[in-house]
Ligand binder design. Structure first.
Ligand SMILES: Cc1ncc(COP(=O)(O)O)c(C=O)c1O
Length: 455
C-alpha cells in the first residue's frame, strides 16, 4: 500500500479535514460570494452547489476564508496534479515572473529545456511541438494540423467526449454550448465502447470491440464523404465521469486508422502528465497517437498546454500559423518544466499507480455495500463512481449525485459534481492516510443519502 509522504505536502491526518464553521459555506464565504456574484455570471455547478470561497491551497488541502480546511479530491478540475503550490513549481514561475514574462514565440533557454525534456517523457516520436494557454486552443490547433497534414476535412469523435467549448473543439463533443446551431460541418460522432453501458456485446455478454470498429467502418462509408482526417478522442472520458475503454479498444482503433489512412488524435488534456500513473494515458494500451494534446496538470496550475505532433506530420504545423500571444511564455515553460522535473525526482508516477490500486480496491468494496452504486472504475488518480436508481435498469440518479456531492463537501472533501457520476481526481502526491480519509467521508455521505432516499 502507498504510504510514501511527500514531505512538503504533509498534512496531519488526525486534523484533516477541519470544518470550524456551523455551516458550509461559512459566513465569510457567504458575504464574499454575495459581492462576487453581483458581477460574475456563469459559475459551474461545482461552485453553485457548494459556494465556498477559497483562500489558500497547500499540497492536498484547500482552506476557505472561514478557516475550514478541505481534502482536495478534484485538483481544481484535474489541474493541480502535484498538489497546490509545489515549492519547486511556484519558485520556477516566480523567478521567471521577475526576469522575462513574454517575448512572443522567440526561443528562450527555459523553452528549449522544456522542449528537450518533453521529448524524453514519451515512448513515441511526437517531436513537433507548439505551446498554448488552454486545452481548447491546443485541440483547435491539432484539428488544423490534421487538415493540413492529410488534405482531408472531416473528423470523427465519440459520444460523451469533451474537447473544449469553442468552435471546432466543441464540435468534437457535447453540443450544449452551441444554442441549437449544432455541429460544424464535417464533424461526426460515433458511440465508443463503455464497459458499463455497452452497445455492442458478444454472445457471452462481454463488450464487443470489433463490432464498434466495424460500425466505424460502416459509418465512414455511409455517413461521411470519405474525407476523414482524424479520429479525435479522450483516452478516458473525464468530463463524462471517468469512462475507461476496454483494453483492446485503442490498439484496434490504431490498426483501423492505419488501414484507413486516418490520423489518431489523443486529447490528453485531462489524462496526461501523470494523472493516470503514466505521463500519457495512451501508454497504458501501448498505442501510438499521431497527435497528442496536453494541458491541465502540464503546468500544475499555470495555464500552459501543448500540441505534440509526430515526426511524420510535424512540417504541417508550419502551415497553420501556429503561434499565439501567450503560448510558450517563459513563466509557462518554467511551470511545465518544473512539473516534469518534480515527477521525475519524486517518483510520483509510481505513487499514483499505488494510490490507484488502493482507490480501486476501496471502491469495489464500497459497491458491495451500497446499492446506490452502479459502477466504479479508476486508473491512477482518475476515478469514477456511477450512481443509479436501480442496478438492473442502470437508470442514472442525478439527484443522488448532487446530494452526495454537497454532503461530502460539507464534511470536508472538495471535489466535482457531474450529474449522477461522482468524479474524483485527487492530487497524485496524496498520502494514503489522507486518501483513505477522503474515501471514508465519501462513503459516509453515500450511506447518509441512501438512508434519506429510503434504500
Ligand atoms: C479532454 C479535454 N480536452 C480539452 C479541454 C479543454 O481545456 P480548457 O478548459 O483548458 O480549454 C478539457 C477541459 O476540461 C478536457 O478535459
Amino acid at each position: 500500500m502507498p504510504t510514501r509522504v511527500q514531505s512538503w505536502a504533509y498534512v496531519d491526518p488526525t486534523a484533516t479535514p477541519r470544518i470550524v464553521t456551523e455551516t458550509v459555506p461559512g459566513p465569510k464565504s457567504q458575504a464574499l460570494n454575495a459581492r462576487g456574484m453581483r458581477y460574475m455570471v456563469g459559475y459551474s455547478s461545482q461552485v453553485t452547489l457548494c459556494p465556498v470561497v477559497f483562500e489558500k491551497g497547500h499540497g492536498v488541502t484547500l482552506t476557505d476564508v472561514d478557516g475550514n480546511t478541505y481534502i482536495d479530491f478534484s485538483s481544481g478540475i484535474c489541474v493541480t496534479t502535484l498538489g497546490h503550490c509545489h515549492p519547486k513549481v511556484s519558485e520556477a514561475i516566480a523567478s521567471h515572473a521577475k526576469n522575462l514574462m513574454n517575448c512572443h514565440d522567440f526561443n528562450t533557454p527555459v523553452k528549449v529545456a522544456l522542449l528537450e525534456k518533453l521529448a524524453e517523457t514519451q515512448p513515441w516520436d511526437l517531436t513537433g511541438v507548439q505551446f498554448y494557454d488552454s486545452g481548447t486552443t491546443a485541440v483547435e490547433a491539432a484539428l488544423r494540423v490534421c487538415r493540413a497534414a492529410t488534405g482531408k476535412a472531416e473528423f470523427i469523435s465519440c459520444y460523451m467526449d469533451f474537447h473544449g467549448k469553442t468552435g471546432h473543439a466543441v464540435s468534437c463533443g457535447r453540443m450544449n454550448p452551441t444554442y441549437g446551431v449544432g455541429r460544424s460541418q464535417g464533424f461526426y460522432m460515433v458511440p465508443r465502447p463503455d464497459p458499463y453501458r455497452p452497445l455492442f456485446t458478444k454472445a457471452d455478454g462481454s463488450i464487443d470491440t470489433d463490432a464498434y470498429i466495424q460500425f466505424f467502418s460502416d459509418f465512414i462509408e455511409h455517413a461521411t464523404t470519405g474525407n476523414v482526417a482524424a479520429f479525435v478522442l479522450e483516452p478516458v472520458q473525464g468530463w463524462s465521469g471517468s469512462i475507461f475503454p476496454p483494453a483492446d479498444f485503442f490498439p484496434k482503433l490504431r490498426q483501423f486508422c492505419d488501414k484507413s489512412g486516418i490520423l489518431l488524435v489523443a486529447d490528453e488534456v485531462l489524462t496526461g502528465m501523470g494523472r493516470t500513473g503514466k505521463y500519457f494515458c495512451m501508454e497504458h494500451w501501448n498505442t501510438r497517437p499521431d497527435i497528442v494534446t496536453v494541458g491541465k496538470g502540464f503546468g500544475n496550475g499555470f495555464p500552459v498546454t501543448a500540441m505534440l505532433v509526430s515526426e511524420k506530420y510535424k512540417e504541417s504545423i508550419d502551415k497553420i500559423s501556429a503561434s499565439t500571444s501567450y503560448g510558450g511564455n517563459p513563466m509557462a515553460c518554467a511551470a511545465a518544466l518544473a512539473s516534469i522535473e518534480v515527477i521525475e525526482e519524486e517518483g510520483v508516477l509510481e505513487h499514483a499507480q499505488d494510490l490507484g490500486a488502493y482507490f480501486n480496491e476501496r471502491m469495489v468494496a464500497m459497491k458491495t455495500s451500497h446499492p446506490l452504486i452502479g459502477d466504479v472504475r479508476g486508473m491512477g488518480c482518475l476515478l469514477g463512481i456511477e450512481l443509479v436508481k436501480d442496478r438492473a435498469t442502470k437508470e442514472p440518479f442525478a439527484e443522488a449525485g448532487k446530494l452526495v456531492y454537497q454532503r461530502a463537501f460539507q464534511k470536508g472533501v472538495a471535489w466535482v459534481p457531474a450529474g449522477h457520476m461522482l468524479r474524483m481526481s485527487p492530487p497524485i502526491v496524496m498520502d494514503l492516510e489522507i486518501a483513505a480519509k477522503g474515501m471514508d467521508i465519501i462513503e459516509e455521505s453515500i450511506a447518509e443519502v441512501e438512508g434519506e432516499l429510503g434504500y
